[in-house]
Design a protein around this ligand. Structure first.
Ligand code: GTP
Ligand code: MG
Length: 415
């Protein structure tokens, strides 16, 4: 059985799945359909730091990017509400694969982005959006913590404009999150400690040390993520602390500083670097302006504009940010490809073949027997899946196979 492509579509689970979800073909005869599974990133930070500007730039840039390749009728998703959007992750390798296999449709991986309202001091105690803010942030898998690194007297800063300090701003927001987490810890830990005393409750016994470790970090004023190991996360994948979420600090700078950052973003980067915290520079305003320069299908002006600010190849920084989000969430992708469709599937890094199969259909993992695997480089080198097969460049792997980034897979199930 084939996962996608020119298989006996109607006789396979995947075929049915694909057929049911197929959009109408576009006038260009090449439909796009973005996969329905996603993870979400939330934009968090003080008010007026550029979260919504970044959110809108991401939405519009990625939408324009998809529309450049496909027609609008095939892009029916996108904004669920004004503050939540699902964006396609640009993937030139998938485009190339679809071209070589002459696929009728290309399906990109999706990430959900949430624009969360600005947080103010006292949020953890219910001030401002308070609890609503916290419940929104609890619902995301990763956090983009936006920090203002642009000085603009026309845009009010929530603290004193004269003494714009990104480090202080970052710490103030973090403090609110730490307080919210301490509250969660004070509710959860006593019960967990009681349960862990019972030798029968192995789950509590296993997870207690991870919670205790988290609490110790919080009491020192440190985010839980700074102490958790991969093993801890495996033991308690849904640990309920906000500061346990993987986080990228985004220094939002003026257009002129988009390439190398400025003094303020430098301070923030040093601070983050000392703490092993990822930090990146973007100019939300520049990205937004550049996006508005597109003319129909052409992104020539946009690229030229971004290049004039020193951005390499004129690539919107947002593409990089989305890739960083994927990294943050520890996900990568494999492909399925055929005449019907070339498609990217997001899976956790380290996932084995059955888990990868389950991304397509939940039942699929149990029935999986083996998987045929093409290396992307081979497909490019020899000019397609069929050519690779002729040359013996397809390997058969078992259920234990750990899927590698950009593998092209064909799942075989038990009859
Ligand atoms: N000069 C300058 N202004 C910016 C930049 N990014 C955002 N702004 C402006 O800052 C103001 C606030 O931006 P928003 O994106 O609405 O801020 P926000 O973080 O969503 O604010 P809240 O929704 O209130 O929490 C807007 O007027 C933006 O145009 C930037 O890089 N440079
Ligand atoms: Mg906003």
């Amino acid at each position: 059985m084939r996962a996608a492509g020119r298989s006996e579509a109607s006789s396979t689970l995947i075929g049915v799945f694909t057929l049911q979800r197929s959009p109408r073909a576009s006038p260009r005869g090449h439909a796009v359909f973005l996969q329905a599974r996603w993870r979400s990133c939330g934009l968090v930070g003080y008010p007026n730091v550029g979260k919504s500007t970044l959110f809108n730039a991401i939405t519009q840039t990625m939408m324009a990017w998809v529309l450049q390749k496909q027609s609008a009728e095939n892009y029916p998703f996108c904004t669920i509400d004004p503050n939540v959007t699902k964006v396609a992750v640009a993937d030139p390798r998938l485009d190339e694969l679809a071209r070589i296999e002459q696929s009728e449709k290309t399906t990109y991986g999706l990430i959900e982005v949430r624009d969360i309202a600005g947080l103010i001091k006292g949020a953890a105690k219910g001030a401002g959006m308070g609890n609503a803010f916290l419940s929104h942030i609890r619902g995301v898998s990763a956090v983009l913590h936006v920090v203002r690194c642009f000085a603009d007297v026309n845009v009010t800063h929530v603290e004193d404009q004269g003494s714009l300090s990104p480090v202080q701003e970052y710490e103030s927001v973090l403090e609110e999150l730490l307080i919210a987490d301490l509250e969660v810890a004070s509710k959860r830990l006593p019960a967990l400690r009681r349960k862990a005393q019972s030798p029968k409750d192995t789950e509590a016994t296993r997870s207690l040390p991870v919670f205790e470790k988290g609490l110790a970090a919080l009491e020192k004023g440190e985010p839980v993520r700074s102490v958790l190991t991969d093993d801890d996360r495996d033991l308690v994948p849904d640990i309920p602390f906000i500061t346990a979420k993987p986080t990228l600090v985004v220094a939002n700078v003026d257009a002129e500083s988009a390439k190398d950052g400025n003094e303020l973003s430098g301070q923030l980067a040093d601070y983050c670097g000392q703490r092993g915290q990822r930090c990146t520079v973007v100019s939300a305003k520049l990205e937004m302006e550049a996006c508005q320069l597109r003319e129909g299908d052409s992104d020539a002006f946009q690229r030229e504009y971004l290049m004039s600010f020193g951005l390499e190849r004129g690539e919107p920084a947002l593409m990089r940010i989305l890739r960083e989000c994927m990294d943050l969430m520890d996900i990568h992708y494999y492909y399925t490809s055929g005449q019907d469709e070339s498609r990217a599937w997001f899976i956790p890094k380290g996932a084995k073949a059955p888990e990868a199969a389950a991304a397509i259909h939940t039942d699929f993992d149990k029935k999986l027997e083996k998987v045929e695997c093409w290396r992307y480089e081979d497909v490019m080198k020899y000019g397609g899946l069929a050519e690779c097969r002729k040359r013996g460049r397809v390997s058969t792997k078992g259920r234990d196979y750990v899927v590698q980034t950009a593998d092209i897979l064909e799942f075989k199930t038990k009859r």
